[in-house]
Design a protein around this ligand. Sequence first.
Ligand code: GLA
Length: 368
Amino acid sequence: MTTARTEFIVCAPGRVNLIGEHTDYNAGFVLPMAIDRGLRIAVRPRPGRTALVSSDRGGPPVAIDLAGPHAAGRTDWGRYLEGVVAGYRRLGWEIPGFEAVITADLPAGGGLSSSAALEVGMATAIEALCGRELPTADKAVLCQRAEHEFAGVPCGIMDQFAVAFGRAGHALLLDCRSREIRLVPLADEVEFLVIDSGVKHALADGGYAARRRDCEAAAARLGRPALRDVSADEWATVEPTLPEPERRRARHVVHENDRVLGFAAALEAGDWKAAGRLMNASHASLRDDFEVSCRELDLIAAAARGVAGVFGCRMTGGGFGGCAVALVEAARAAAIMAEVRRRCGAALGTDPTIFVTAAAAGARLADG
Ligand code: GLA
């Protein structure tokens, strides 16, 4: 893109992580895909140096002074936008005034990266307005920094990378150390179901940051740069040297990295049963060792697995609420979804939101 645009629409997808949870900030492996739900951001010019952004979720529009200064500390959803604007201003970009209207078909705070969609979507809009582009990885890292500094969540790079690099029909096997992406094609024989627990997570509440600290403390105690540098083969030797809860946290991360690679291989080989088993093992580890699941997600995972045609089911995203994802047989997906809905509804006592999702392209302009 070399010419500045004035009036356009950005599509920014959400993401579902298929496997590899809490491994990204341990320099490990993740396997997310961008999904066919997300945000649409309709942008048009506005005189002056202010951005006015409104959302179909209601509330007054948020205003961002594009001439700065940009201080962290906002508590409204404008903090994500302010953080992204601050990132481009730091690079010396002059952003012209604009108005934007956001419509979403993604649950907010539902573990499908609504905040990364907002950040990367806004970054894509700013690049179009300025007629310049950062390399995609730099754009994603700028958005991650916005999340760290303006939303107070010390997240890894998975969400912003998935939203920025998504590819239709593919999951992304991302090495969070080298930032290399291998595209893993998704076969027609299977589909992914997303089941929303309805429990809103708030990663900034401290649980996420506490897990990250436990992992970093474990790596430091072992004298390794990151838990990525501990292999599953050496775990038995390493395990007794760690105190709790670091031991449990590290056990999750070390084996989850292995599960990601095993899952990618199983998808490529069409071995759905093996893939499903790895999803189930990931859930158990997140529940018991990493302690980021919740009662509703455990009930959903157990109920969904009881349905014929479901290969595996696990919580997805940071946890403490949000969504579960299930790998299911495509040919019977509609009937499976109805039965999963019935059983989850009975277990939870409320009807969960549930949908089949497909891998989609990353954030982009609607017409190009
Ligand atoms: C959140 C974070 C990600 C990642 C996941 C857990 O989604 O934003 O960076 O750590 O939790 O896998």
